[in-house]
Design a protein around this ligand. Structure first.
Ligand SMILES: Nc1ncnc2c1ncn2[C@@H]1O[C@H](COP(=O)(O)OP(=O)(O)OP(=O)(O)O)[C@@H](O)[C@H]1O
Length: 352
């Protein structure tokens, strides 16, 4: 059978590595993008991993190099496994990496409560902080490239390392709606501020989907639309954060995280209803995600290790939200004990 990066690989197909001699079995397609397709595959030994397949050997080698660098820097991108090309067919180049769990933000966002949405943003903030510490910007932030574990942990992970660029260089790969220059704000240059603006642009566009003919508008008209969309989203704290981020005033992820903690205390008013969207990655329909519960019940973080909201802060927030039943139980028990002791003393003195 003729294998090619352009032809979708069918389930059950076996791919043998020309150099590693490893064998992988295709399970499903995780997503298709401009640079190639990503498949869930099972490797010998049974582990499920992700395989990015391209027809361009140079593109695979370039992304692989970035992925290795990002792994060394301990960022939220998938861990690299190996790079190879198919022994069955010469035009199939690929690399194998950790398969990241969770759902793309485009699917997860509409079902997040306001509090959980802020917590996910804090997770993104921490992911960016680690990435920026390596001197690189993500540059291609979009809802398909941020995966959120919508279960208990709400971990945030990044995929698609192809756009990662050293600070100061021109952005090579971007998505117009997440690019501040497209909206008439800032320049298209890799920086922490560029990524932070992209996060808030992404979120604004998830809240208020832009019109389909946006690309035909002048930059001024786009800018005016965006300003209206930001004004229509959330309360003044939220608007202030979104405006500052989009205008490039937040120049470090730490500052972004700090501002988000303020929002976690005073979350923006929920926007209803959020329009259902269709994932562009592989054309999958948005599937239902169980609504997340109060902050007290879940841990948050990126890479499944770090909690986005420190435990003490979470407990305080939970107590404020009236969600800490153990504390309420303790106070009720204490009150009962005091009342019964007082009663016993009263009876004792009456009998004396
Ligand atoms: N390691 C991974 N684990 C799980 N899913 C992944 C992984 N890598 C990619 N995906 C999924 O596959 C989709 C496409 O992958 P990727 O973004 O790397 O392709 P691309 O060709 O670079 O896309 P684009 O044209 O958007 O830049 C992603 O949006 C994501 O949903």
């Amino acid at each position: 059978m003729m294998l090619s990066a352009q032809v979708p690989l069918s389930r059950g197909l076996r791919i043998t590595g020309k150099w590693t001699k490893n064998e992988w079995t295709v399970l499903s397609c995780l997503g298709i993008g401009a640079n190639g397709a990503v498949y869930s595959v099972r490797q010998q030994g049974g582990e499920q991993v992700a395989m990015k397949v391209c027809s361009d050997a140079g593109a695979v080698a370039f992304e692989w190099g970035l992925l290795e660098r990002m792994a060394k820097a301990g960022t939220a991108f998938p861990k690299p496994h190996c790079i190879d090309d198919s022994a069955n067919q010469s035009a199939l180049y690929f690399y194998v990496m950790e398969q990241v769990g969770g759902r793309p933000l485009i699917e997860a966002w509409p079902r997040l409560s306001t509090r959980d949405a802020v917590r996910v943003l804090i997770g993104i903030g921490y992911g960016l902080r680690d990435l920026h510490a390596s001197g690189h910007a993500f540059c291609d932030i979009k809802p398909q490239n941020v995966l959120v574990d919508v279960g208990k942990t709400q971990c945030v992970r990044f995929v698609d390392v192809g756009g990662v660029t050293p600070f100061g260089r021109s952005v090579r790969q971007f998505t117009p709606t997440s690019d501040c220059a497209y909206w008439g704000f800032g320049e298209r240059r890799a920086s922490a501020a560029y990524d932070i603006a992209a996060v808030m642009l992404t979120v604004t566009c998830l809240q208020s989907p832009p019109p389909p003919n946006l690309s035909q508008w002048t930059v001024e008209r786009r800018k005016a639309w965006l300003q209206r969309a930001v004004r229509a989203t959330g309360d003044s704290a939220w608007r202030g954060l979104a405006e500052d981020a989009i205008q490039g005033k937040l120049q470090a992820a730490d500052e972004f995280i700090r501002r988000l903690y303020v929002l976690a205390k005073y979350p923006p008013a929920p926007q209803q209803p959020r329009r259902a969207a269709t994932s562009s990655s592989g054309g999958r329909r948005m599937t239902s995600v169980p609504p997340s519960t109060a902050m007290s019940g879940a841990k948050s973080g990126h890479m499944g290790q770090t909690s986005a909201i420190p435990k003490r802060t979470r407990n305080r927030q939970a107590a404020r939200a009236g969600g800490d039943w153990t504390e309420r139980f303790m106070w009720i028990s204490l009150t009962c004990a005091i009342v019964s002791t007082a009663g016993a003393w009263a009876v004792y003195f009456r009998w004396l």
